[in-house]
Design a binder for this molecule. Structure first.
Ligand code: ZN
Length: 207
């Protein structure tokens, strides 16, 4: 294993970088991580939540499953998944400053964020990913809905009702994904649980 890059992503910030085909990204976190990938040679080809769910025929993906692009291409494969207490989310978009404000105005903070929130963050994953991807010419509206690592949701199989949970990984947890094509990848250390979010550590290596 040859280390190519190592990045510490502080709480409620984002990061973007390139990943060559066959390189592996290890994402270590105890908080939710909003993750997206785009084909490096054509940044209009982006990760797609719906393609990913249908290709794998499930709502929750884990080791061995693939992240799919808009044109049904294999973008990444999950090599390791240390989150044994819960699952990862493919339903939600990104939290944002406006999203927090809207939930507050509508008196629904408790419904969306299952914890006591004294101060709502002034920005979230949408702003973090927008900032990280801006140098690559990606405008905020073109960022795909992410793969939300470590965001355990309960989904009723009959009604489809979604429920947030406070289940998050223990320290030392990580996920590893291999790039199946050359990619631009980006992630946000969500200002979520544990309260207010936590930093994320990224390691990129050649297997
Ligand atoms: Zn978030």
């Amino acid at each position: 294993m040859e280390k190519i890059n190592e990045v510490h992503v502080p709480h409620n910030t984002g990061w973007a970088g390139e990943l060559k085909q066959d390189q592996v990204i290890r994402i270590s976190a105890t908080t939710t991580v909003d993750f997206v990938c785009l084909r490096r040679q054509n940044l209009r080809e982006r990760f797609d939540q719906a393609r990913t769910k249908v290709y794998n025929m499930k709502l929750f993906i884990t080791t061995g499953d693939k992240l799919m692009g808009r044109n049904n291409q294999h973008m990444m494969t999950i090599l390791a998944d240390g989150f044994k207490e819960g699952t990862h989310d493919l339903q939600k978009g990104m939290c944002s400053g406006y999203r927090f404000q809207l939930a507050k105005q509508e008196g629904r903070l408790g419904e969306y964020y299952p914890r006591q929130i004294n101060e709502i963050p002034d920005h979230g994953c949408y702003e973090n990913l927008s900032k990280a991807l801006a140098p690559f010419g990606i405008i905020p509206e073109d960022i795909p809905s992410p793969f939300n690592l470590n965001q355990h949701m309960k989904i009723d199989g009959v009604t489809g009702r979604m429920e947030h949970t406070q289940v998050r990984p223990k320290p030392g947890n990580y996920m590893e994904l291999r790039a199946e094509i050359d990619l631009l990848v980006a992630l946000s250390a969500c200002p979520d649980l544990p309260v207010g979010g936590q930093p994320v550590d990224v390691l990129i290596y050649e297997p």
